[in-house]
Design a protein around this ligand. Structure first.
Ligand SMILES: [Zn+2]
Length: 404
């Protein structure tokens, strides 16, 4: 286990090994712009405390869930039709009432909104590193309560939900058949036209999702300009804050206190991130304590750190699950692995980091093959994509403009 407090010091030998030239970017800038504005510390690591990183991230996911709740709880009761737009383009629509104002769907309004907003909800996602890279570049070792409003601002610049409605007078001309009795007592028919007038009401829900990098780069440029660091040309790449943001995005923040559960770049396989999400059945918000990594059945799972197996069993929710614990007298770290196909270790076993402990499966309450992976430090859950190591897909090179 890497003790939480020691990570900043472990960074230096790591970078020496991988990229000697990277030392060039560890610079203390404060030499220009008047000097009194303070310096920019450019590192490849997040600088805030673990608790602050985790709380900032969880808060951000709660804002995302709040937006999703706003969408699915939209009051659609009086409308004939609802249209869902993303950045001004129509994604979906549904008719709720007919022209005689009879309610069409059998489901309740929330269910209707849940189903028609699916393509829109899928746009409310995040790159978990983007927020932390921004906060680190702009606020260095931020303290969570003080940057809450910054996160709110950033969020409202990234997402804007607007509703609009329209009432339109419409009419329909119906051909009808009338009857009468003629002079001789016979029934006769005739055709006449009946004009049915009605008001048709439409609700338009438009979510604007701004390009998240552009907003961040703009904010960083404004911050740099305020500090006197804005380049004459206005070129993003000359800006040290932007440079810092890109370096952290490229190196993923370097704040792991355990190793990796897989020996490859597993980030692209994350199917559900740590943080708040809506339970797809109850529609209630819940904290997802781990990360779901969707991989084929049988993919070997590695112990993320040295330790003792304290759980190896089967439960209806976790299926086959394993917990590994390591205690150095000061900190207790546990990692939890769930929904396994096979378990290779048992309670009391001592394992070393990178030992194969089982394989990916879909046992317990699971809808597909994946590893549910948790990182728990002193009883508190931390986001595994920040606090477990992720092998990077690229060689360490001074080429961090291409970080996705
Ligand atoms: Zn999970």
């Amino acid at each position: 286990m890497k003790k939480p407090g020691s990570r900043k010091f472990m960074l230096l030998p790591m970078m020496l090994f991988f990229a000697p030239q990277f030392f060039m970017v560890i610079i203390l800038v404060g030499l220009f712009g008047g000097g009194s504005a303070g310096g920019i510390i450019v590192t490849s690591s997040f600088l805030a405390e673990e608790e602050d990183i985790n709380s900032a991230y969880i808060y951000y996911t709660s804002l995302e869930i709040g937006l999703i709740e706003d969408i699915i709880n939209t009051d659609i009761g009086g409308f004939n039709e609802v249209f869902i737009y993303l950045n001004g383009s129509r994604l979906s629509s549904t008719q709720l009432r007919n022209r005689r104002q009879q309610w069409l769907p059998t489901e309740n309004a929330t269910e209707v909104m849940w189903s028609i907003s699916a393509p829109l909800r899928s746009q409310i996602t995040h790159n978990p590193f983007r927020l932390m890279a921004y906060l680190t570049a702009a606020h260095e070792d931020f303290v969570y309560p003080y940057i809450r409003s910054t996160i709110q601002e950033l969020f409202s610049e990234q997402y804007y939900l607007a509703t609009d409605y329209q009432a339109e007078e419409r009419y329909i001309v119906e051909e009808r058949t009338g009857y009468y009795t003629d002079y001789y007592g016979y029934y006769q028919t005739y055709v006449y036209y009946y004009t049915f007038e009605y008001v048709w009401t439409s609700l338009f829900i438009n979510l604007t999702v701004n390009n998240k990098d552009e907003i961040i780069l703009e904010r960083l440029n404004i911050a740099a300009a305020a500090l006197g660091y804005y380049s004459e040309e206005g070129d993003y790449y000359d800006n040290d804050l932007v440079e810092h943001f890109r370096i952290i995005m490229y190196f993923h923040g370097h704040v792991h206190f355990v190793g990796t559960p897989f020996d490859f770049y597993w980030l692209p396989f994350v199917s559900s991130h740590f943080g708040y999400r809506l339970n797809p059945f109850s529609r209630q918000r819940q904290l997802h304590n781990g990360v779901d990594i969707a991989l084929p059945e049988g993919t070997p799972i590695l112990a993320a750190h040295d330790g003792e197996v304290v759980t190896s069993g089967y439960s209806p929710s976790f299926g086959n699950w394993i917990v590994i614990e390591e205690d150095d007298g000061e900190n207790t770290i546990r990692t939890l692995y769930a929904h396994l196909h096979e378990r290779f270790v048992f309670v009391g076993d001592i394992v070393s980091e990178s030992d194969i402990i089982g394989t990916v499966g879909t046992t317990g309450a699971s809808t597909g093959n994946h590893l549910h992976f948790e990182v728990i430090l002193n009883g508190r859950h931390f986001n595994p994509v920040f606090f477990a190591y992720i092998p990077l897909p690229y060689e360490y090179e001074y080429d961090y403009y291409d970080y996705e």
